[in-house]
Design a protein. Structure first.
Length: 590
């Protein structure tokens, strides 16, 4: 099953682990049930299930998870060159708009809420670990396995904190002090990531290859996450400027080893059809979904069920009647263009815009260029078939504020509107579609990246990247013209990278470009740019490309040594009674 009991069990567990903002570091869970009652009643699963439920957000159906999403659409995609905020204009949830234009300070509410949510989630893991540590193996047969699961979950939440905020507070389950006794400057980025990686690596040694319930973490998920964290660790950053100063070959070796463990397990593979990722029947717990957040519908928890409320705002208008946030940028659309050989136009794609809507004629222009077929899996373009919907193609009116954001919608993460898998009514576009924290394609690309950066076996790296491109090149699944099923919706042309000219420099460029095309709109792009040390140059070039059409970018600038990380919020500083230090580049608290 998909851990549907989360919906019911977590309700009780929240009564014990729910925290107010000034007490999330309290040592004992507070509420109607004590630790002793849970232990004697054999109900430690209340705490472990609550920790799993935090993957959806600590209050998954509350308004705050809509604007501080666990899917990171605002933190990782809108802050990058992949997406616009969307919605009803720049003033609609202005905190996200401020992040989009690089105008963030310590008073931004979305900066504060995300921090709070993640630390509440950390404390749920710690509460479960305290209870598990107090038991014996005789009292709980799989105690060590459950401890490992909780440490993987805690590692996930700390990893999110690290790549969002840089200077973070780190504490484990045995901490008994107060928030005022903790510093967010005690450990460096390297030290935090090392602690996270150590928990993941130790958990991998304990966890079984197969768990009795779908949704529980296994050894390969821990290995995949260890690969990801070690990849981030490998890029050493200057603590003040955030510049990448070196790449650690030893850590790259760890990345390769952990990726190989996942690849050689035989458990995972790419789905044949990219579009099957966005169907409940084919995407949930599929061979490509290495680590997924488990969602469910009609599970007795109220409304539609435990659906992905983090993406609640993002359903288009039209057949979804949605709020229309989170829209693909013109730059992303242009990036899918390919040359005469079917390869990306790395350095020139932005010089000619693809699929530009002409309101006067009611038609899209500049649509004759070759494009990677993944464009029409990711982007909803006017006049183009929308998934399996037959009533109408995608329409420009599906975007609420076309003057600000253009006419493109995000096609990802929603099932087709006529599908029986979709909930009818509010919440718009809801379904039981899981969210991928790690896909198998990620693992292939991480290994390729480690091989390229260590300048070893570049041919294997090319093969790994080409596996992903080969999936996209399968014309059996290409989007057909809405009015003529014998034609395609665009001039699709995609080729595999040839061996000729496959140098380290070219391979690095291809790898980074492939990350963008394959994982577009998945909330990862900004963090990739920071990891590689190219966020400043990429984002400032993006603002220059886009500001003629998106006037709100006119004065936008990415400031290196600052904008790589969010500030520490003034609310958290006040709660710490001055114990916290602000990130470089932002105004000091003092």
């Amino acid at each position: 099953m998909k851990l549907k009991n989360i919906a019911i069990i977590a309700t009780a567990a929240l009564m014990m682990t729910g925290c107010s903002e000034d007490s999330f570091l309290d040592n004992k869970p507070q509420g109607v049930l004590s630790d002793e009652v849970i232990q004697k009643g054999g109900q430690v699963d209340l705490l472990t299930t609550a920790a799993y439920a935090a993957l959806m957000g600590p209050s998954p159906q509350d308004w705050s998870v809509w604007t501080a999403p666990v899917t990171n659409w605002s933190y990782g995609s809108v802050r990058s060159d992949d997406a616009y905020k969307g919605g009803g204009g720049t003033g609609d949830i202005s905190e996200i708009h401020r992040m989009e234009i690089m105008d963030v300070d310590a008073t931004n509410g979305n900066v504060d809420v995300k921090w709070y949510h993640l630390y509440v989630s950390v404390q749920r893991c710690n509460a479960a670990l305290r209870m598990l540590n107090s038991l014996t193996d005789a009292e709980l047969a799989d105690r060590n396995v459950q401890i490992a699961e909780m440490k993987v979950l805690r590692a996930h939440f700390y990893f999110e904190l690290s790549r969002l905020y840089n200077k973070i507070v780190y504490f484990e389950e045995n901490y008994e002090g107060s928030i005022q006794q903790l510093s967010n400057n005690e450990f460096t980025r390297d030290q935090i990531l090392e602690k996270i990686a150590t928990d993941l690596e130790n958990a991998e040694k304990v966890l079984p290859a197969q768990q009795p319930e779908i949704g529980r973490i296994n050894k390969y998920q821990a290995a995949a996450y260890a690969a990801k964290v070690n990849l981030y660790r490998a890029y050493k950053q200057d603590e003040t400027t955030h510049k990448v100063v070196s790449v650690d070959a030893g850590l790259l070796g760890k990345v390769i080893s952990y990726c190989d463990e996942v690849i050689n397990s035989g458990r995972y593979a790419l789905l044949d059809n990219f579009q099957d990722l966005d169907k409940v029947s084919t995407g949930d717990n599929s061979k490509e979904g290495v680590f997924q957040v488990q969602y469910s519908m009609n599970d007795g928890s109220g409304s539609a069920g435990r659906v992905n409320w983090s993406n609640l705002l993002n359903a288009p208008q039209g057949p979804y009647s949605g709020d229309g946030f989170f829209l693909p940028s013109q730059d992303l659309v242009d990036a899918y263009q390919t040359d005469a050989n079917g390869l990306p136009e790395f350095d020139t794609y932005f010089t000619h815009h693809f699929d530009v809507w002409n309101a006067a004629t009611g038609k899209s222009e500049n649509v004759s260029n070759n494009v990677d077929p993944r464009l029409d899996y990711v982007v909803g373009r006017p006049g183009v078939r929308w998934k399996t919907y037959t009533k109408t193609p995608c329409q420009p009116t599906w975007v609420r504020d076309q003057g600000s954001y253009g006419q493109h919608c995000s096609k990802r993460f929603f099932v087709s509107p006529e599908s029986s898998e979709m909930f009818n009514g509010w919440p718009w576009g809801a379904s039981a579609l899981n969210w991928n924290i790690i896909r198998y394609s990620d693992v292939l690309l991480w290994k390729a990246e480690a091989l390229i950066e260590s300048n070893q076996n570049l041919e294997e790296a090319r093969s790994l990247i080409n596996q992903i491109r080969q999936r996209a090149a399968n014309s059996q699944y290409w989007v057909k013209d809405f009015n003529d099923n014998t034609k395609y919706a665009a001039n699709y042309k995609i080729a595999l990278y040839p061996a000729a000219g496959w140098t380290q420099d070219y391979a690095r460029k291809a790898l980074r470009y492939e990350f963008r095309l394959e994982t577009a709109m998945e909330g990862e792009r900004f963090f990739d740019l920071v990891r590689w040390g190219i966020a400043g140059q990429t984002m400032n070039a993006y603002f220059a490309h886009e500001k003629s059409k998106r006037v709100y970018y006119s004065n936008s600038k990415f400031t290196e040594g600052k904008d790589e990380y969010l500030p520490i919020s003034v609310t958290q500083y006040n709660l710490s009674q001055g114990a916290y230090t602000q990130n470089p580049g932002y105004a000091s608290f003092e």
